[in-house]
Design a protein around this ligand. Structure first.
Ligand code: AMP
Ligand code: MG
Ligand code: ZN
Length: 464
């Protein structure tokens, strides 16, 4: 977590840094591709560039030329310590003419410049992330993120620390899981990965429940569930884990806050496009895979095909229409193994994908298996989205397919939903190497609270 904390709580960026970043960006944008082009950087711009490009530079053997060239024409406002740093970092004196400047343009230059700009863009957004958390809330954020490996992780503490900004909260959660806990920061393609993540988050709509926070939440839940199944987690290739996490993040991308039923009944363009067959999930998969292209292209061709197939399979497995069939198939596989006197093991390579499909679906419906206060806030949002759809159904004279605001027995509805999803968790718990006891305990606890006539009184827990 140190890296993230460093970014979040490290040195407060001064105002002049913000100006320097903007100026640096403009200069990089204006930099022509030929080698004779010169760039003049101030000390602050250079420091930011150096910070942003350290990793990029290491990843591009031979790329040092660009950086030498960039620093070959520095102005007098370069303080001596920065000048030394340039010499140390790039092995060139910034004050001497650059001998490389006479050579042909390097074919690598445009590519490197792009990588360099991406690194700067990342740095900017991470700093924005840090500066948008008020000082008094940083401790709360630090504490909330320190639980990111746990099933009981409280997403709402992160949202509260960002004063309700779900996009920033989602980014912080994804960063903490993908780049910190799972260590994908070290991958040579991490700058591409960051861009793909940003695009996925930005492609969620601003609806009450199916917004980017739900994507980030399902990603965190998957990470935590894999932590509860360490032998399975270890048996999975890093590539498979990363694709699975990204599939979770993107599983509801573009969601309009309306159900498949509604889209089909109203002849929505998504229903037309996908012939009434899982229009939402097909759309999520198409949008997600399109956004993922820059990342997938970094993989060898055989992996690209496999990753794409895995991603699509996981997204289609989140269709609630598949829920009962998925449980049925899992139970059948469990029984077959039992008849042979064996256990259906998650670690067996042929079981990896079926188990991940069970996991993503379980994570998608996992809010009642979370601590009560966490669950209740999700439930309020799910209900709000349903209620808005019911209003549209009423307006159009359609039969109601979701609960209406004025006619919801919340306890009854929630007990029904929990009873519906519990068998999935129970069946998954019987898979060898999978431990669903904590989610099951929570699920039962939530159901027990709804049994009480004073269930809503527990909502006192929800208020800060
Ligand atoms: P998805 O639309 O991909 O998120 O699929 C999950 C399904 O579970 C959706 O139909 C949600 O409306 C439903 N769901 C999730 N949490 C709850 C909840 N607390 N109460 C009722 N339905 C829920
Ligand atoms: Mg969905
Ligand atoms: Zn979902």
């Amino acid at each position: 977590m140190e890296y993230l904390y460093g970014l979040l709580f490290g040195t407060e960026p001064k105002q002049s840094d913000a100006d320097a970043r903007t100026a640096l960006h403009a200069k990089l944008d204006a930099l022509p591709d030929d080698r004779d082009a010169q760039i003049t950087l101030t000390a602050a711009e250079l420091r930011i560039l150096k910070e942003a490009t350290t990793t990029t530079r290491q990843k591009h053997g031979g790329g040092d030329e660009l950086f030498v060239r960039m620093h070959s024409n520095l102005t007098e406002d370069l303080d001596p310590s920065t000048a030394d740093a340039v010499v140390d970092a790039y092995g060139a004196s910034p004050l001497k003419p650059n001998p490389l400047a006479k050579r042909r343009p390097s074919p690598e230059t445009p590519q490197l410049r792009k990588a360099c700009k991406n690194a700067v863009a990342d740095l900017i957004s991470e700093r924005q992330l840090a500066s948008s958390v008020p000082k008094e809330r940083r401790k709360t954020l630090e504490m909330a993120l320190s639980e990111v490996n746990a099933w009981g992780f409280d997403v709402w503490s992160v949202v509260d620390a960002f004063q309700g900004d779900t996009l920033l909260a989602s980014r912080a959660i994804v960063d903490a899981v993908v780049f910190e806990a799972r260590g994908f920061r070290a991958a040579s393609t991490s700058h591409i990965l960051r861009q793909v993540v940003s695009k996925m988050l930005a492609s969620y709509q601003d609806v009450p429940y199916h917004n980017c926070l739900h994507g980030a939440d399902v990603l965190q839940a998957m990470h935590a569930l894999l932590n509860l199944a360490p032998t399975f987690d270890d048996a999975l290739d890093d590539d498979v884990v990363l694709v699975t996490l990204l599939a979770c993040l993107s599983h509801d991308v573009g969601h309009p806050g309306l159900t498949n039923n509604f889209l089909v009944e109203t002849g929505h363009e998504l229903a037309i496009r996908y012939n009434d067959a899982s229009p939402l999930e097909n759309m999520h998969a198409a949008v997600a895979l399109n956004l993922a292209k820059p990342y997938l292209r970094t993989r060898p061709p055989a992996d690209q095909k496999q990753n794409r197939a895995l991603w699509i399979g996981l997204l289609l497995a989140t269709d609630m229409k598949e829920h009962s069939q998925q449980i049925f198939e899992l139970e059948r596989a469990l029984s077959k193994s039992k008849e042979r006197g064996a256990t259906y093991e998650a670690c067996t390579p042929e079981h990896h994908v079926p188990c991940l499909k069970v996991f993503i679906h379980a994570c998608d419906v996992s809010n009642p298996a979370k601590p009560w206060a966490v669950y209740r806030r999700w439930t309020a949002l799910v209900m709000e989205e349903f209620w808005r759809q019911a209003e549209l159904e009423r307006e159009r004279g359609l039969p109601l397919t979701v609960p209406a605001r004025d006619a919801t027995d919340l306890a009854q509805f929630q007990k029904g939903f929990i009873a519906f999803i519990r068998p999935l968790f129970a069946a998954a718990d019987r898979i060898g190497g999978v431990d669903m006891s904590l989610p099951l305990e929570r699920l039962d606890d939530t159901a027990r609270r709804w049994q009480s006539p004073r269930a809503e009184a527990y909502d006192d827990d929800v208020r800060e």
